[in-house]
Design a protein around this ligand. Structure first.
Ligand code: SF4
Ligand code: SF4
Length: 208
């Protein structure tokens, strides 16, 4: 029958209209910005830099390796290395970024920077309120604006943040095991060298 589809559509619209007054599942809009729908755990838009502890400058995980800068498809990351190094979570001295900018007017939220980062330093944020009146200043995010705590990361992506923490714990354990094996090998070599020296000394004394 002609118009059957239109009628069906109107019935559905009426159902949604009346349902939105009592059924939260049919309430598809809210009065933004006063009201906000909490973001889903997997929601993502632009990247941010993670820091550990309370001080973002000392706790920033980024070691300025520039892999993300090279791999970013639209080239919207800009990094300059600092001359001073600082210890990472394993105690190794590492580089740090002097400048780390992301132009979010160009970023396409592809997450490639996150996938290529070997130091679990960069992750995707779900904050979308970046509107500003200045095209360049307000959308070019600098290091201090990009730095967000691991606590924040846990609050927006708890499952992923937990997995990231576990990776880092594993890395720390592997590093400690390696250091221990190295120290044991060195001690063994020293002991062997000392016993060889004692043996040759005893043989020399015997010959005399
Ligand atoms: S999300 Fe994609 S486009 Fe945005 S900074 Fe990372 S790699 Fe570049
Ligand atoms: S965010 Fe990761 S990949 Fe990018 S420079 Fe820092 S450590 Fe390297």
């Amino acid at each position: 029958m002609i118009g059957k589809g239109i009628l069906k559509g109107m019935v559905e619209t009426a159902r949604n209209l009346t349902g939105s007054f009592h059924d939260p599942d049919r309430l598809t809009t809210v009065e933004y910005p006063e009201q906000k729908i909490p973001a889903k755990e997997n929601a993502r838009n632009f990247p941010f830099l993670i820091y550990d502890g309370d001080d973002w400058e000392t706790g920033l995980r980024c070691v300025s390796c520039q892999i993300c800068e090279k791999e970013c498809p639209p080239q919207c990351i800009y990094i300059e290395k600092d001359k001073e190094k600082k210890p990472d979570f394993l105690g190794k001295m590492q580089m740090q970024p002097k400048i780390f900018d992301i132009d979010v007017s160009v970023c396409m939220g592809c997450q490639i920077c996150v996938e290529v980062c070997p130091f679990e330093s960069i992750r995707m944020d779900n904050d979308f309120e970046y509107a500003g009146s200045d095209r360049f200043k307000s959308l070019l995010l600098t290091k201090d604006q990009l730095a967000k705590s691991n606590k924040y990361y846990h609050s927006i992506h708890p499952t992923e943040a937990q997995e990231t923490d576990e990776i880092r714990v594993q890395k720390r354990e592997d590093h400690l095991a390696k250091e221990k094996a190295k120290a044991e090998k060195l001690a063994k070599a020293k002991k062997e060298a000392a016993s060889e020296a004692a043996l040759s000394k005893a043989e020399k004394a015997k010959e005399e």
